[in-house]
Design a protein around this ligand. Structure first.
Ligand code: DLL
Length: 443
């Protein structure tokens, strides 16, 4: 395979020089972070007053972890490290608490992000000859603007379609010969379901690749999208606190996401004991920005569960790869004492040929016990079959789930198009034990 680099020197440098530069950039980042009231206090709590206190990585590990709550508590300006005149944009993500987490960017920060986005997209083989239709939402969410500027930087034709309006998405794809799309995996599955209704077949499209991210998805979902559209699908990981998309991206080998270590220091810790985990052992991803000046963040708890692949990638990039995100530490469902990650359920559903592309997971109280219900969309032909076949299918879904999660859930089959779809991140899990009642379809 002919490997395409955006910045060969940075991508293929040797490990030693990468780590030396990380330490150098870390000192600069700490010096900048000390401009903020938040980090002045935080670093003083471990006796650090200046960047000179960071001599080795051992010193770095003494810095306390930063959490999403810290970012919220610092709202609006306690984590801003430069005068407001130098800030040219902000992005924000809203949480359940109502106080958003805000990340500010200087012009230089945005240029750095654009470089990472261009590097990521190039790693999949995308070039200036591609037509890139960006179906991620533009706005405070980082999915739209992040790769938009990356695509322009490469020199490809960027169509800022934003999310939603399926009909228009198809029209744009056909009219301009879109070759690469960027969307959430759930939206691409939804889009495929609508193709037939619009009288379009995948053969009418020039599509070659899709970048998917912003929400958890299994390897089986990737395969499903690849088979349905006949394209290559690349996993893209990022979070607004670390810019957005362009933090880690798959290369053409599609075997884990290269996390750009010249821009971030990554660690994997045990989310309970907070102890460091060896390479290869799974845990929570902790990230530190190395190139940002408006909102530097030190040792951020992403809550995302992943592991670092210890082996080298055949593409020759020095930046280590992380595995597909297995879930979030706050995703874990404890059902009658058994730990279940929604991703385990998705994997089972997507592997079954009868199941469509959409599903919901419901947890509620039934007396003193927890009850798990999995709702699965299936093709309409399933409902025209004999009722015995329908029951047999329900039993098969149940058995497969039991084998994976050790719990036998209630299973409901729904016709395609009955469960809600989302243009942005899909919401699949409803834990009614916490009063999470929005959007549930009438049962
Ligand atoms: O979702 C940034 C993004 C946009 C990434 C477009 C990729 C593509 P936030 O809204 O801040 O930012 O949400 C970040 O989404 O901590 C993960 O839990 C989840 N996430 C993002 N990418 C993936 C992925 C954007 N590829 C949160 N697989 C993160 C699984 C993902 N989860």
């Amino acid at each position: 395979m002919q490997v395409r680099y955006w910045d060969r020197e940075v991508e293929t440098q040797d490990r030693e020089s990468l780590e030396e530069k990380q330490l150098e950039d870390l000192r600069v980042t700490v010096a900048v972070a000390l401009n903020t009231p938040f980090y002045r206090k935080r670093l003083a709590s471990v006796g650090m007053q200046s960047a000179e206190d960071i001599r080795t990585m051992e010193d770095f590990y003494k810095i306390p972890l930063t959490s999403k709550d810290d970012l919220r508590d610092a709202f609006p300006y306690d984590m801003l490290a430069v005068p407001l005149e130098q800030v040219v944009r902000l992005h924000a993500s809203s949480g359940t608490t109502g106080i958003p987490t805000v990340i500010y960017h200087t012009r230089g920060d945005l240029e750095g992000w654009t470089e990472l986005a261009a590097r990521s997209m190039t790693a999949t083989g995308m070039t200036r000859s591609d037509v890139f239709q960006n179906m991620m939402t533009y706005g405070l969410f980082t999915g739209g603007l992040g790769l938009h500027y990356g695509g322009e930087h490469i020199g490809s034709l960027v169509i800022p379609a934003s999310s939603g309006n399926t009909k228009r998405q198809f029209k744009l794809m056909k009219d301009f010969g879109t070759t690469v799309v960027h969307a959430t995996p759930s939206y691409l599955l939804h889009l495929h379901g609508k193709l037939g209704g619009e009288g379009i077949s995948t053969a009418d499209l020039a599509l070659k690749k899709a970048f998917v991210g912003a929400e958890p998805h299994s390897e089986n979902v990737r395969k499903k999208i690849e088979d349905l559209f006949g394209i290559d699908v690349y996993n893209s990981y990022g979070l607004s606190e670390m810019n957005g998309p362009g933090v880690a991206f798959e290369c053409e080998y599609k075997n884990g996401m290269h996390l750009w270590e010249d821009a971030y220091i990554m660690e994997i810790i045990d989310p309970v004991t907070l102890e460091d985990r060896e390479d290869g052992a799974g845990g929570e991803l902790i990230l530190t920005t190395l190139k940002r000046t408006a909102t530097p963040i030190l040792r951020y708890r992403t809550r995302d569960l992943t592991s670092i692949y210890p082996d080298e990638c055949p593409c020759g990039r020095v930046h280590r790869r992380i595995s597909r995100i297995k879930g979030r530490t706050d995703d874990l469902l404890i059902i009658n004492g058994v730990n279940v990650f929604p991703s385990q359920i998705e994997e089972v559903i997507m592997k079954m040929p009868e199941s469509g592309t959409n599903y919901q997971i419901l947890v509620e109280k039934s007396g003193a016990l927890d009850k798990l219900t999995v709702k699965v969309e299936v093709g309409s032909q399933v409902f025209s079959d004999d009722a015995r076949d329908l029951n047999a299918l329900i039993e098969r879904v149940k058995d497969n789930l039991k084998a994976s999660i050790s719990i036998s859930p209630a299973v409901e089959l729904h016709e395609h198009g009955c469960l809600p779809v989302y243009e942005g991140k899909a919401k699949r899990v409803f834990d009614l034990r916490n009063g999470d009642a929005d959007d549930i379809i009438k049962r």
